[in-house]
Design a protein around this ligand. Sequence first.
Ligand code: AMP
Length: 163
Amino acid sequence: MIQQTLVLIKPDGVARGLTGEIIKRFEQRGLKIVALKLVKIDNDLAKQHYTEDISKRLGEKVRNMLLNFITEGPIIAMIIEGVNAIENVRKIVGVTESKAALPGTIRGDFSHVSYSYADKKEIAIKNLVHASADETDAKNETALWFSIDEIFDYKRAGDEHIL
Ligand code: AMP
């Protein structure tokens, strides 16, 4: 099943000059970038991305830390397309807590901090990337971040060997 999913390279990833390295991980797997932009977002868009639901699940404090982090500098937003793209992308990214992320994943190769360390500093964990969690989030998030005319349908060289 071909899916589209939202990936954000968070301010830490852009500031550390890891955008090429991160994008490469998706491209080398044969996944296709169908939308991409560098943006610095305001609190309004951040709140639509990290919705009220996060406050209910994790508390207002965690949501505020996430909002502060995602708005602190430029980020890359992209839509990635491929067979089971949502699951495939999340595997490449690794689990949310950097400390627990396996080597070989983006978070496991380039970050290491724990929730408890981040909580003590009252900051969001700098885990480099956001990737939509499931089909519902992917649908909502791709529509939130990109208009239809920013999403491209094209053939990638090598598609005939991959798809
Ligand atoms: P993401 O959806 O990948 O952008 O990451 C947001 C998720 O990171 C939240 O839903 C939380 O589960 C988690 N998170 C990030 N920082 C913290 C923190 N300091 N304490 C607890 N959870 C955190």
